[in-house]
Design a binder for this molecule. Structure first.
Ligand SMILES: [Zn+2]
Length: 362
């Protein structure tokens, strides 16, 4: 007859435990109920990534320390890469897209006696008043003036120092000092038009197309774009990307634009292949292109960068960052974006300028 007593004792014991530890139990319950939310968030990030987490963290840190939009940094880095490819001089043109407003003040401190009332009593106190007298006010967005400015601040503009990260870190450092005020921002499209050469303009236009997609706070867009690792051994896009009928050639004059690629028509679902080895740099939707893929194939010793674009797709078979070989199945044909029927719009870009794909096709 020992059993019921044991059970009763155990129940009493349990009741006592609940009474004693109800707060802890409640906390545990809350934590357990939060787990599904964490899992869902993680799953969303995995299924619909924006930029790689590591890259995002780097740019996010830079944003927090400098106040510049983080995707602008990505743009600067991309432009720097472009400049590097163009003339193999990393130090030139870093700030082509960056406007720096620099102000330097002379601070005159004066001691002043003030009287205030504390608890009905009059108290006299000495305070320091600061007067800022502007002695330098510079607005720059070219490498030359920045170089002079850094020299004047005793910061040697060596090649290592004039990377966007180094210079930004330096600016951020002197910005903390009272006598300097530095404001940086990215130039608008109109502002860059004036003194940009044609290559830069095209590159910038390509960037502005991509930049909104990089903003993780923007409305959801499954698009993603990465800046690939530089490959100096390019693979030349030299095979046909799909089978079908050529319905439009490169250079065809249209009412609104000139055709920048070649159109190959076939049925929806026809396989599309990478025309050269490379890294997938963009997968997603982009305006008239509809669902499109961009692949970086490398850069040759003259600085020419090879990129191919496959547009109006119905389905993707690769993801951003994938390293693929020539002939890899990358997508299926479709009619997404501005398209009148299932076809592939295929483009080859050399330094962001479309060329006739037939030049490189067999
Ligand atoms: Zn087309």
């Amino acid at each position: 007859m020992a059993e019921p007593i044991t059970i009763a004792a155990a129940s009493l014991n349990a009741a006592g435990l609940i009474k004693k530890y109800w707060k802890e139990a409640l906390i545990c319950l809350v934590i357990i109920s939060l787990i599904p939310a964490y899992i869902i968030t993680a799953a969303i990030n995995i299924l619909f990534p924006q930029v790689s987490k590591e890259e995002f963290t780097t740019y996010k840190t830079l944003t927090e320390t400098t106040g510049i939009n983080w995707y602008s940094f990505m743009a600067y880095d991309t432009v720097r890469l472009d400049n590097y490819l163009k003339d193999n001089n990393q130090a030139e043109g870093v700030f082509d897209l960056l406007r720096v407003r620099f102000k330097e003040y002379e601070i005159i401190e004066t001691e002043k006696e003030i009287t205030k009332t504390v608890n009905g009593k009059k108290v006299t106190e000495m305070i320091t008043q600061k007067e800022y007298i502007l002695i330098r006010n510079i607005e720059i967005h070219r490498y030359g003036p920045i170089k002079e400015l850094l020299l004047s601040l005793n910061y040697p503009p060596t090649e290592e120092n004039i990377t966007i990260k180094e210079a930004t870190a330096f600016f951020s450092e002197i910005d903390k000092k009272d006598e300097y005020e530095i404001e940086t921002s990215i130039l608008t499209d109109d502002e860059t038009t004036e003194d940009f050469d044609e290559n830069h303009k095209q590159w910038y236009e390509a960037l502005s197309e991509i930049l909104p997609l990089l903003d993780p706070t923007a409305e959801f867009d499954p698009d993603e774009y990465i800046i690939p690792e530089l490959s100096l051994n390019p693979s030349i896009p030299s095979i046909w990307p799909t089978q079908g009928t050529i319905t439009s050639e490169f250079g065809e004059i249209r009412p609104t634009h000139t055709h920048n690629g070649i159109d190959i028509a076939n049925t929806t679902g026809t396989p599309i292949y990478a025309t050269a080895s490379g890294t997938v740099i963009a997968v997603g939707s982009s305006g008239n292109f509809g669902k499109r893929i961009m692949i970086y194939h490398g850069t040759d010793n003259t600085g020419t960068t090879y990129v191919t674009i496959y547009a109006h797709l119905s389905q993707f078979s690769v993801s951003v960052g994938d390293k693929i070989t020539q002939g890899t199945l990358i997508a299926l044909m479709g009619s997404t974006g501005y398209s009148t029927g299932p076809h592939l719009h295929y483009e080859i870009r050399l330094n962001a300028t479309p060329i006739n794909p037939r030049i490189l096709l067999p």
